[in-house]
Design a protein around this ligand. Structure first.
Ligand SMILES: C[S@@+](CC[C@H](N)C(=O)[O-])C[C@H]1O[C@@H](n2cnc3c(N)ncnc32)[C@H](O)[C@@H]1O
Length: 246
C-alpha cells in the first residue's frame, strides 16, 4: 500500500515512518510512505503558501493552489486516477479500528495535513473524499494524526505483523478491549501473575482471557460493553467470574 502525505513537515513524516514495524514493512516492500512538501509548490520565490482569511480573524490559511499542486503531484506518483484523499481534521469522523481495517484494503491513500487555522475550503471541496479526526481535541497540525492513521492501517496489511492473530485478538478488533498481560517474574512487588496463566491448561486460559476481556470492557468502556452480544450461558459465567474478582 502506498501512503502519500501532503505536509509542511515532510521530515517529521519520514523520520517517524522509518522506525520500528512500519519502517521494517517499508524495507520489506510491503508499503511505502512518501511525503510531499506543500511549500515546494509555493509558486513564488519566498516559499509563501499561506495568507490571512477573508473576512478577518486570527491565524493564517494554506492557500488553494500550493495544496492543489502538491495533490496533483501525489496523484501523478500514485498511478491511480483518483486515489482516496483524506484530510486530517478535528471536524472529521473519529478514526477507529473498523475504518483502519477498511482503509487497509485500498491500494493507496493521500493524507492531507492542515496547519495554522486550516486550509481554504475551495481546494478541500475539490480534492477531499473524507475527513478523519483523531478525536475531539485540536492539534497544531495534521502530521501526528496522519502518522497515527498510517500506523494503525499498516499493521493490518498482510505480512506487516508476523502473525494475523496478533491483531485479531487485540482491543477493538471484535468490539472488546483486550485481556491483561503478564510476563516473568511470576511474582513482582508481592503481586502474583494469575495462576491460570502458569497452568499450561490451554482451554482454561482461553476462557479466563475471554472473561477478563469482558470484565475489562465492562469496567473501562461500558459504552462498548453495551453493544456486545454475549454467547449462550456467558452472562451467568461472567457473573460467577465477577463474584470472584474485585
Ligand atoms: C489548529 S488546527 C485547525 C483547526 C480548525 N481551525 C478548526 O477549528 O476546525 C490545524 C490542523 O491540525 C490538524 N488537526 C488538528 N486537530 C486534529 C484532530 N483532532 N484530528 C485530525 N487532525 C487535526 C488539521 O489538519 C488542522 O487543519
Amino acid at each position: 500500500m502506498r501512503f502519500t502525505v501532503l505536509t509542511l513537515f515532510p521530515d517529521t513524516i519520514r523520520a517517524v515512518a522509518s522506525h520500528s514495524i512500519v519502517g521494517r514493512a517499508i524495507q520489506a516492500g510491503l508499503l511505502s510512505v512518501d511525503a510531499i512538501d506543500i511549500r515546494s509548490f509555493a509558486g513564488n520565490a519566498y516559499g509563501k503558501i499561506d495568507d490571512s482569511p477573508y473576512g478577518g480573524g486570527r491565524g493564517m490559511l494554506l492557500m488553494c493552489e500550493p495544496v492543489h499542486a502538491a495533490w496533483r503531484e501525489a496523484v501523478a506518483r500514485s498511478g491511480e486516477t483518483h486515489p482516496r484523499t483524506v484530510f486530517l481534521s478535528p471536524q472529521g469522523r473519529t478514526f477507529d479500528q473498523s475504518r483502519a481495517a477498511e482503509l487497509s484494503k485500498l491500494p493507496g491513500l493521500i493524507l492531507l495535513c492542515g496547519h495554522y487555522e486550516g486550509i481554504d475550503q475551495r481546494v478541500l471541496d475539490e480534492i477531499v473524499d473524507e475527513e478523519i479526526s483523531l478525536g475531539d481535541f485540536v492539534m497544531t497540525g495534521g502530521e501526528i494524526p496522519a502518522l497515527a492513521v498510517i500506523d494503525a492501517v499498516s499493521r493490518l496489511i498482510p505480512g506487516v505483523l508476523p502473525d494475523e492473530s496478533a491483531y485479531l485478538e487485540e482491543s477493538h478488533s471484535d468490539g472488546l478491549l483486550e485481556y491483561p498481560h503478564f510476563t516473568r517474574p511470576a511474582e513482582w512487588h508481592g503481586k502474583k501473575a494469575p495462576d491460570v496463566l502458569l497452568s499450561g491448561h490451554h482451554e482454561r486460559i482461553v476462557q479466563w482471557r475471554r472473561l477478563m476481556a469482558l470484565t475489562t470492557t465492562m469496567k473501562k468502556r461500558p459504552d462498548l460493553f453495551g453493544r456486545i452480544q454475549l454467547e449462550k450461558g456467558e452472562g451467568a459465567r461472567l457473573a460467577e467470574f465477577l463474584s470472584g474478582t474485585d
